[in-house]
Ligand binder design. Structure first.
Ligand SMILES: *Cc1c(COP(=O)(O)O)cnc(C)c1O
Length: 383
């Protein structure tokens, strides 16, 4: 299972910005008649005798996506059937009987993976709030892995990745960052010293709510090789069409994110003074408890996810959600369309968040249309 990327993809200029890399990386080499895009190779098997013989060994479409994601984050990418498939593979790097330091604000699907492993006696979990660096490092003492999510679900907690990654390294622990919310255009954890970055490409990278793909990008080739073997042996391979669509999505990530982030910042500002809202969580807002750290680790922007508490009852919050005409009441995030949901309806989040907390994934619609919808539904529901 060698990596057939070498020589088959467009060479990138070291000086190019991440926005340019997102557009150009993973394209076929530019020779006469070459297609602009890597083909969708729909096959389950390959003619003997080569490094790749079966559909679980590899696919040129995955390699194109991995070339692009690896170039963006500055490491070796391995793609999976979903973000959670990638997370499962990364979690298995913790040795039997080992310990993982996990942030309290971890995507509940990832939390489930580790909870199950702990229940099975496979490892031990130590929890610490991601924005309390001293607590994370205390939990990292003697641990084998430190798992951060930053920007994190659902309260937009920001971790001091450089400090935690350095501390983890001193303690001999692998550091992993789930950077799904930040995307490689806002935060590149490997450059900040982390060992592995996880993206649910289902979200911003895919960008159109039409696929599931996950990716692990590793600083260390040995980790990447381990994950490739794990993927082969466990079978959670990305679909070939999905890999193509994820790369297609990546091409427009920069413009989608610029737009949705500007709208998110504007909506956060307006919601913060809305009588129907008791609290807004957006690290880009001056005064947000995460803001100072965000200026350091997210200097280019805080993305397009925000949460807010409705100043009312659960019933009023549900009424607000059902009155929305433009925003869709649905889970997931990172698509061109704005989605909103009340997080406490999930058992995994109910203990962490207020009952009226709504998480908003801002899309690329007109910001005044989004505001009119939010403002109108809030006023009607709270009247
Ligand atoms: C969605 C999500 C995941 C899981 O990814 P899937 O592609 O849905 O399996 C992991 N982490 C975060 C932060 C997510 O939002």
């Amino acid at each position: 299972m060698t990596h057939p990327a070498d020589g088959t993809h467009l060479e990138l200029d070291e000086a190019w910005s991440a926005e340019t890399v997102a557009v150009q990386a993973g394209r076929p080499v530019r020779v006469g008649g070459a297609p602009m895009n890597a083909a969708i190779t729909m096959t389950s098997t390959y003619v003997h005798d080569a490094a790749i013989e079966y559909g679980r060994d590899g696919n040129p479409g995955w390699v194109a996506l991995e070339t692009a994601l690896g170039a963006l984050d500055g490491g070796r990418a391995v793609t999976f059937a979903s973000g959670l498939a990638a997370a499962t593979a990364i979690a298995s790097l913790v040795p039997a009987g080992g310990t993982v330091a996990l942030s309290t604000s971890t995507y509940f699907g990832v939390r489930n993976i580790f909870d199950r492993m702990e229940k099975d006696g496979r490892l031990r979990i130590r929890l610490a709030p991601a924005d309390d660096t001293a607590a994370v490092l205390a939990a990292a003492d003697g641990a084998d892995m430190v798992w951060m999510e930053s920007i994190a679900n659902p309260l937009m907690v920001v971790a001091d990745i450089p400090a935690i990654a350095a501390g983890a390294r001193e303690r001999g622990a692998i550091s992993v960052v789930d950077a799904t919310f930040a995307t490689p255009l806002r935060q590149r954890p490997l450059e900040m010293g982390a060992d592995i970055v996880l993206h649910s490409a289902t979200k911003f990278i895919g960008g159109h709510s039409d696929l599931l793909v996950g990716a692990a990008i590793c600083a260390d080739d040995a980790h990447a090789e381990y994950l490739r073997v794990y993927r082969h042996d466990h079978g959670a391979v990305p679909g070939n069409l999905e890999a193509f669509l994820a790369l297609r999505g990546l091409r427009t990530l920069a413009v989608r994110l610029d737009r949705s982030e500007a709208s998110a910042a504007e909506l956060a500002r307006r919601l913060a003074t809305h009588p129907g809202v008791s609290r807004v969580y957006y690290p880009g807002l001056p005064g947000d408890p995460q803001h100072e750290r965000a200026l350091r680790v997210l200097p280019d922007g805080c993305g397009s996810m925000l949460s807010f508490e409705v100043a009312g009852t659960v019933a009023q919050t549900e009424a607000f959600l059902s009155r929305l005409r433009l925003l869709t009441h649905a889970t997931s995030l990172g698509g061109v369309e704005s989605l909103i949901e009340r997080r406490a309806r999930y058992a995994g989040d109910a203990a962490l968040v207020g009952a009226t907390l709504c998480r908003l994934s801002v899309g690329i619609e007109g910001v005044e249309d989004l505001w009119a919808d939010l403002n109108g539904a809030l006023r009607a529901a709270l009247a």
